[in-house]
Design a protein around this ligand. Structure first.
Ligand code: G1P
Length: 897
């Protein structure tokens, strides 16, 4: 089978005959808002948001029906019509036979080039699609070259159906909404401006103009237009057999109008004569703007082939520079895969979790969890704005420790949830701390914790168990005091409040309740009695790191105090008995009742060391409790139970029908320091025994429970091996690796990452372009490609754990855990990244190819300065030293001995 080949160090690749593989799609987008995807025959959709789809929305299941395909047709002198994208009935009829045309895809960040040799026509075509950096336009550049010895004549057609409305109208009044269309042909194309946005809750007038423009290399306009689907495909025709093209329909001139029909961006160019070896260029622009004038202005920016070529070069340069992390190890393909992994967080930020063909759910936007995890990769690639983003995001926390879940565009824009009782995801309070910790480590900007932010306010109160009847929208979405002032607390207070309130929200086994779900969104049917052992472990880890942070703050100014809202003292009362479940819930109830509507506005000052002691006590108690109660002993093996179901029963262990094991509990027991070292060893053995399937990416999320389990969640309704039910789910696998590295289990961590990366690159099974998919399905196909939190974590783990290049209170720590196989034949492994505003190359040299754990740092040089490593074999380079390196880039070398 054909498979992708990398062609440069930035991860650009080629793939022959990509149209022979199903479900392939490639993302193209700009920060201005246009989000497109293209399949190998240029199918796939384009949109700004849920309400504004330029092309008909596609799921992966209709990628192969060629409806929304961008097409370009050539009709030869003998009347034979050929599609340059291969999307014609005649060409599809000979697909997989020797008569089919040769084709090749070449692609890199935000550009996609399809080459096709049309044997019958004697033509080579090159079609490049891209979305320029700052505009909402998709550009399709078409080159047609005569590869015969004789002069050829053609008639050419551009053809793209313009859907022009909300994705909701796919089923909701599809036909009725076409009646809103007002279509015009202009000198260069077809524009459609629907009269209104159709929504029975309230129709709104529409200004948006959807368009397709087409022209020759120097702006030559088309000769005739086919502005409706009916006129283009003809009676009984189809998009792959359009009668206008096949039967040479005359079309209409510029200036024609149509109303109330499905719009078609289609036109015919003047006849083309090509001498042997000669070529011609056409440009298609498709997009959506707020007005006709905006389209005219945009057109001027791209109205010649030369301008388009400049824009393409600029787009390629822009995204190449954005992805400013590079790995050079003994595995060149793996390094190039990592380029795509580092690019994926940008895609996730642009596309959210909804706008690629597998991701046919949601209405756009990102969730709370994604918001914080996206900051992880940003911190490594573009740390500048992250401090402000973190500050703005903390404004989404409610005083009850839950948070806003409806997130608007832009930072810190949270929207009140006026529905009945809101769903609470019990893991949500975990991520802000993890991200903040990384920020503090990388930047040393401890002052961030003293900055103040408001709390989010809407009718949701009592951690999703009650409504604040006294709240009215006029009071606004910020928490107020009794005096009516907006209350602002430090970010440290926000963090403490999230961790403390969660600590008391416990179920029958004195573990954090599962509530609406945790990280695993599909554990959504155990809201009453379910408990998440997995995330109780994670929170135990958080309490410990927060305590360490408090000590660090105290170290900077000994005897320091934290200013906290007075209400929190309810939860900080000394002498609490953590074994007393009922007592804990009662305390929480008191606290929640006190801040159901307003806060007193009074604050108290608590010594940082007292707070640290308090949090450590809680972490120790949780650790002991979890170890005693949740460990499943399997002799040489063993692992932690991860959940209690809605009948209050543990879900894992040795059951008559077989072993039930889930990965999530293990990840956080290891990461949160709940598992002791021997337990980590046993967990690894058990995971290898029950969950490891290298041929499909490595560690599955769970074993097959063989039961629907309506008392736990929808995941058990999925076929085993799909999505959250036992797939190799990249995000959790990568977090497993991260956890293992953090505990010094480098080879085990690398095994998890490497297996995942190898499976992604093994095209014969994965059938995806380079990158890490959300998960691998039972047959090893990578699905839900590109948009996954796994990418941020993969990159984070490679940089901060495998290469061990990470901040520690702003200084640069080198603590490599690379395995012997990760060094190249010269014993070198290299990482390029930006730290303290300096582009750095960190080069390790492992002359003896020693294994992780058996080497330590020998000679270290930061630029010209020699630095002596510590006794533990790692080194900390003071930030000031790194800042002395040249602005254009510095080199840090370290010998491993
Ligand atoms: C997706 C969601 C993520 C959720 C996970 C498990 O993962 O985006 O928020 O926690 O499913 O249900 P992702 O695609 O980011 O890997």
């Amino acid at each position: 089978m054909q498979h992708p080949h990398f062609i440069d160090a930035d991860g650009s690749f080629t793939l022959d005959r990509p149209e022979e593989i199903s479900q392939l799609y490639f993302p193209l987008a700009s920060e201005a808002g246009l989000k497109s995807c293209v399949s190998p025959d240029l199918g796939g959709d384009a949109k700004l948001d849920q309400e504004t789809f330029l092309l008909e929305p596609v799921s992966v299941e209709n990628l192969h029906n060629n409806r929304s395909t961008r097409n370009f047709w050539l009709v030869g002198a003998d009347g034979t019509a050929l599609s340059l994208t291969g999307a014609s009935a005649a060409q599809q009829a000979v697909k997989f036979t020797p008569a089919q045309d040769d084709s090749r895809l070449t692609a890199g960040f935000m550009w996609h080039t399809l080459e096709r040799t049309l044997k019958a026509a004697g033509v080579r075509a090159v079609l490049t699609s891209f979305v320029p950096v700052g505009d909402n336009v998709e550009v399709l550049s078409v080159t047609v070259e005569n590869i015969t010895d004789s002069t050829l004549t053609f008639t050419s057609y551009g053809a793209v159906p313009l859907y022009g409305r909300s994705a909701d109208n796919l089923r909701d009044h599809r036909n009725v909404t076409s009646m809103l269309h007002r279509i015009r042909t202009t000198v260069h194309g077809v524009r459609v401006c629907p009269t209104m946005s159709f929504d029975e809750r309230g129709h709104r007038p529409n200004q948006k103009v959807y368009y397709l423009l087409g022209y020759g290399a120097d702006g030559q306009a088309p000769a005739a237009f086919y502005p409706t689907v009916e006129e283009f495909i003809g009676e009984g025709g189809s998009f792959t057999h359009p009668r206008a093209v096949l039967e040479n329909y005359p079309g209409v001139p510029a200036g024609a109008c149509r109303a109330g029909r499905e719009a078609m961006g289609a036109f015919r160019f003047a006849p083309l004569t090509l001498a042997p070896g000669a070529s011609a260029r056409y440009i298609l622009l498709l997009g959506v703007e707020e007005s006709d004038e905006a389209i005219d202005r945009l057109f001027v920016r791209y109205d010649t082939a030369a301008k388009v070529d400049d824009a393409l070069a600029e787009t390629r340069r822009y995204w190449k520079e954005k992805v400013n992390v590079a790995f050079a190890t003994g595995d060149a393909d793996g390094d190039r895969l990592m380029k795509w992994v580092c690019f994926q967080p940008y895609l996730r930020r642009l596309f959210g979790c909804s706008f690629l063909p597998h991701h046919d759910y949601g209405r756009g936007g990102r969730g709370w969890r994604d918001l914080w995890q996206d900051c992880l990769s940003l911190l490594l690639m573009e740390p500048g704005p992250v401090g402000r983003m973190i500050e703005a995001n903390f404004g989404g926390v409610r005083v009850d420790g839950t948070n806003a879940t409806i997130i608007g565009a832009g930072d810190g824009n949270f929207i009140a949830d006026r529905n009945g009782i809101a769903r609470v995801w019990m893991d949500h309070a975990l991520w802000p701390q993890m991200t903040t910790q990384l920020y503090l480590d990388q930047t040393g900007d401890l002052a961030l914790l003293d900055r103040k932010a408001p709390y989010f306010k809407d009718p949701q109160a009592m951690r999703g168990n009650g409504i604040d009847e006294a709240w009215a929208p006029e009071q606004g979405s910020w928490q107020r005091t009794e005096a009516g002032e907006v209350y602002r607390g430090t970010l440290l207070e926000h963090l403490l409040l999230q961790q403390l309130t969660a600590f008391y929200d416990v179920g029958e086994h004195n573990l954090y309740r599962l509530r609406g779900a945790d990280w695993n969104d599909a554990l959504d049917m155990a809201a009453d009695r379910g408990e998440s052992v997995a995330f109780t472990c994670a929170y135990a880890g958080n309490l410990r790191t927060l305590a360490a942070l408090l000590r660090q703050l105290d170290g900077r100014s000994p005897g320091g105090k934290a200013e906290l809202m007075e209400e929190l003292t309810v939860l900080l009362r000394p002498g609490q008995d953590y074994d007393d479940r009922a007592g804990k819930r009662a305390l929480l109830g008191q606290y929640l009742e006190r801040c159901r509507h307003t806060l007193s506005g009074r604050t108290v000052r608590v010594p940082l060391t007292d707070l640290a002691d308090d949090l450590e006590k809680r972490a120790d108690w949780l650790t002991g409790h979890l170890r005693r109660q949740e460990w499943i002993d399997g002799g040489e093996e063993g692992w932690f139970n991860s959940y209690y179901d809605n009948d209050g029963q543990p879900v894992e262990g040795f059951f008559p029908a077989g072993v039930r094991m889930m990965l999530t509990g293990q990840v956080f027991a290891v990461m949160g320091g709940v598992a002791d070292e021997e337990q980590v060893r046993r967990i690894v053995r058990s995971a290898d025994h029950y969950l490891y399937r290298p041929e499909i990416g490595g560690y599955r999320l769970n074993t097959d429970f063989g039961e629907l389990k309506f008392n736990l969640g929808r995941m058990f309704g999925f076929a085993y091996g799909e999505k959250e039910n036992g797939a190799v789910f990249s995000h959790m696998t990568v977090m497993y690796a991260n956890a293992l590295y953090r505990r010094g289990f480098a080879r085990e961590g690398w095994k998890a990452l490497k297996t995942l990366a190898d499976a992604a690159l093994h095209f014969e099974t994965s059938r995806i372009y380079p990158g890490i998919p959300e998960y691998f399905s039972t047959d090893g196909r990578g699905v839900y490609h590109y948009l996954t939190g796994a990418a941020s974590w993969f990159m984070l783990t490679m940089i901060t754990q495998a290469f061990g290049v990470r901040g520690e209170a702003g200084d640069l720590l080198l603590a490599p855990q690379l395995t012997a196989e990760q060094f190249d034949e010269t014993g070198t492994a290299e990482l390029r990244l930006t730290f303290a505003g300096r582009p750095l190359t960190v080069r390790y040299h492992n002359a003896a190819r020693k294994e992780a754990g058996s080497y330590r740092l020998g000679e270290v040089r930061c630029g010209d300065t020699a630095v002596t490593p510590g006794a533990d074999g790692t080194v900390k380079l003071p930030r000031a030293l790194v800042e002395q390196l040249p602005a254009e880039g510095g080199l840090i070398t370290a010998e491993l001995v």
